[in-house]
Ligand binder design. Sequence first.
Ligand SMILES: C[S@@+](CC[C@H](N)C(=O)[O-])C[C@H]1O[C@@H](n2cnc3c(N)ncnc32)[C@H](O)[C@@H]1O
Length: 396
Amino acid sequence: MSDVKTQYEAFPYPERDPKDELKRLITGSPSHPLELDHHLFGGLRDWSGTTRILVAGGGTGDALVQLAQVLTSAGKKYEITYIDLSSASREIAEARAKVRGLSGITFITGSLLDAANYGPFDYIDCCGVLHHLPDPQEGFDALAKALAPDGGLGLMVYAPYGRSGVYPLQEAFGQLTKGLTPKEQLTQAKAVFEKLPESHPFKRNTHLVDHKQSDAGFYDLLLHSQDRPYTIEQLAASLAASGLQLAGVPQPYLYQLDRFTPRPDGLDDIAAMALAEKLDGTIKTHVVYAKPAGAACARAGQTDRAVPHLKGVGAAALAQAVAAKGRIPVTLNGIRHSVELPKASASILAGIDGRRDIAALRKGAGLDALAWAAIWPKISRALEQFGLLVYSRLLV
Ligand SMILES: C[S@@+](CC[C@H](N)C(=O)[O-])C[C@H]1O[C@@H](n2cnc3c(N)ncnc32)[C@H](O)[C@@H]1O
């Protein structure tokens, strides 16, 4: 058995109890249907047919459950294939789906390198997996081959700068615990960890929390046998090598170079993002959406049919805060930002319910096309850059 399979049989990741499905739904990026629609389908995906989905390296099922539950609640048809090397992880994912009564899922214990045998897929989720493959490029290639020509992927891979302090410890613990079982490795590494100085770069890096949350988290972060981070430039190059292109990121603000300095002449989009990544220093994962190279990447929100959704914030509360202060606080990677929104936008924001389209919101606000064009694009951009607003017709 490979070290990676041994690890995930011993420590299915992330640690989840199927009974918790009765209490809460875990949502996140990538792979919330509203978000993937926004970045991959210009927010105008026609959800009336059956959406064919692959969850590659699905672990204990976070993305699987999110996709299946949100689509089920929206009354949309789907077929999801879940693949993972670890049968222990699969059992937990299956149990979670069962607690929720979700159907339409095929569970496979196997390798995502065989993904094309089960496709083609309209959407592929692959979160936190490719950087653990012996040859990650093989994984990018396999997923690209399994994708329908008009489909898209949502990926997460590790990024180097926000994980500062991780790699020297992974090397040291790897050397110290070689040949032990995963449980023995964990015990030994935890004992050594307690003796690290408070000034160790890992301990100083407040963005890293996985090791505090569970044994599976500690193992995944500090004892992984195979883990390579990607800069955004390296990620874009791997996508390109597989015939894919970057289509969008959920929080574009993180990669905006103009937060720090004007873009130097001659720098292309990816090089500018790469510079921003270095200057920001807190990015520990890249969440990206990708499409086949050459496929059109329509910008969401450009037509009257576009339906905006607020993410992580209720319309009424947002409208109230904007009316009172003309700005809202947003925390990204542990850093607080203040997003300025004109006080006059409060009544428009209050009308956003995931069902009204731009035409209905404009009418509701009593604005003509000119007045709308003067205010809405500013509101939309301000919220989109932090991932607080996405467009999708999922609920109409
Ligand atoms: C860090 S976990 C991520 C789980 C899940 N995607 C999530 O984000 O919660 C990585 C998962 O990838 C699986 N994995 C690693 N290599 C794989 C491969 N070649 N094919 C399928 N699954 C793989 C592991 O078994 C593990 O469950």
